[in-house]
Design a protein around this ligand. Structure first.
Ligand SMILES: NC(=O)c1ccc[n+]([C@@H]2O[C@H](COP(=O)([O-])OP(=O)(O)OC[C@H]3O[C@@H](n4cnc5c(N)ncnc54)[C@H](O)[C@@H]3O)[C@@H](O)[C@H]2O)c1
Length: 433
């Protein structure tokens, strides 16, 4: 059950058999990497903190012949900043001449012309469009969570994931707990029956504030919003989606199910920021068989921090790495000494899958976990019960019809210059009939 660290031996093992089988079956692979350690050309779309980190990890996969060959960001300074940082660590693996450095909102398309595997690390509002384009272009994908911010985006990701399967493309997503031994071993303990059947759980991402990027002179409204993306729902999905997706994902993963419905409450108490996102959400999710998961997420300075997941079973309580009975006796404890960095492991795993042509597509569970957050946000914004089946098929789209630096943004400031924060009981989801 432990994750692999993707050594060269693992990469090469079985490649001849895979190539032979593929040829015999007449399959056309997007690109045959089965011939030993062929070069995998990496493209990066979104050169911020995580994109730079993911590119570093892609270039750090042990004994893998990779090069970063093309990069894109909405803003030129981000491209140059990421490249100069990566250059310091991986000079021999960076091959990005000026003609393969792209900026602007259509820059992603140009990166796809040059790479075999692409890293998608922009704000999540763009992910459905970028993932769809990457799959259409026949690229293997590492994409960050969340993978969408609304029902329209969720459906797009599901459709693109199916196309990726048809093309035998490999897709790994940045819900890195799936590549972390303590989570994998805790799930194994659960399946071994250590706490019996789960009846309820609590998942948390409670922390302090988040960054705010001020408007710079001369910026269009679109430039301001894309740069300050965390504060606009069409780009970010609110922090329940942006961050708390990790913990909601653990709930779905451990329960082996998606929620049926959600009710919740939330709001914004810190009015000093000009933003449209809440600073706290509390959601009660109903799962099959009467299981209830309570979710909390908060971004308020000076409050208690807690990022964790817990499940109550018929025989005891499962924490990550530990289980106790209802008298506090320890039922199980994770004692693994082998804890490789999951952010690295996910890239080892992806490149290994590409080289060995092993099926992997994390998009399905990642879109489910993202949609769980969207369901919860829809419940807290409106103050109404939201049902998974109805919301997923709803014409709920926040992404604009036209995206360029001068195009109108879906969210506009009011006459006082402030963005409206949803008021439960009054707010209506922008769903087309
Ligand atoms: N798995 C994790 O633990 C983890 C950690 C941090 C961030 N993330 C995810 O990574 C993504 C990026 O987060 P970040 O912290 O790097 O943010 P960031 O703001 O540092 O970087 C985002 C970059 O994308 C660029 N960008 C915006 N729109 C673009 C577009 N249309 N085309 C190309 N580039 C565009 C921005 O200019 C910026 O440089 C988010 O989805 C976030 O949730 C995941």
């Amino acid at each position: 059950m432990k994750v692999q660290d993707g050594s060269r031996r693992e990469f090469l093992k079985g490649t001849a058999a895979v190539a032979g089988a593929a040829m015999a079956a007449g399959l056309i692979l997007p690109k045959a990497y089965a011939a030993g350690n062929d070069l995998i050309r990496i493209g990066l779309i979104g050169c911020g903190g995580r994109g730079s980190g993911a590119a570093n990890q892609a270039l750090s996969v042990p004994n893998s012949n990779v090069k970063l060959v093309a990069v894109a960001d909405a803003f030129e300074d981000k491209v140059n900043g990421a490249l100069s940082a990566l250059q310091k660590k991986h000079a021999d693996k960076i091959d990005v001449p000026p003609e393969r450095r792209f900026s602007g909102l259509d820059a992603y398309q140009k990166v796809l012309e040059h790479c075999d595997l692409v890293i998608l690390a922009t704000p999540p509002g763009f992910r459905p469009i970028h993932f769809e384009a990457a799959v259409a272009a026949g690229k293997h994908v590492f994409m960050e969570k969340p993978v969408c911010v609304d029902s329209w985006g969720a459906r797009k990701v599901i459709e693109a994931a199916k196309v990726a399967d048809g093309k035998k493309l490999k897709v790994v997503c940045g819900l890195q707990r799936h590549y972390q031994n303590v989570y994998l071993e805790t799930l194994k303990a659960l399946k071994d029956g250590v706490v019996g059947d789960i009846v309820s759980g609590q998942v948390y991402w409670n922390g302090n504030g988040i960054w705010y990027r001020d408007r710079k002179d001369g910026m269009t409204e679109m430039q301001f919003q894309v740069n300050n993306w965390y504060h606009f729902n069409w780009l970010c999905g609110d922090h329940i989606c942006e961050q708390h997706v990790h913990n909601l994902d653990v709930a779905n993963w451990f329960l082996g199910a998606n929620p049926i419905s959600a009710c919740g409450m939330g709001g914004r108490v810190d009015k000093t920021r000009n933003t449209e996102i809440f600073d706290h959400h509390y959601v009660e999710y109903q799962y099959p068989n009467g299981v209830v998961i309570n979710s909390q997420c908060r971004q308020i300075a000076g409050t208690k921090s807690d990022v964790s997941e817990h499940f109550h079973g018929t025989k005891g309580i499962l924490h990550i790495g530990r289980a106790v009975d209802y008298k506090g006796n320890v039922l199980w404890k994770y004692e693994g000494k082998d804890n490789p960095d999951p952010y690295q492991v996910e890239h080892n795993f992806l490149q290994n899958a590409v080289r060995e042509d092993k099926a992997v597509n994390n998009a399905y569970y990642t879109v489910d976990s993202t949609f769980t957050a969207i369901l919860g946000r829809s419940a807290t914004y409106t103050g109404t019960e939201q049902k998974w089946a109805d919301l997923l098929k709803a014409e709920y789209r926040t992404y604009p019809e036209v995206v360029n630096w001068d195009a109108p943004t879906p969210t506009k400031p009011g006459a006082d210059g402030r963005y409206a924060v949803p008021i439960p009981g009054q707010y209506k989801l922008p769903i087309k009939a």
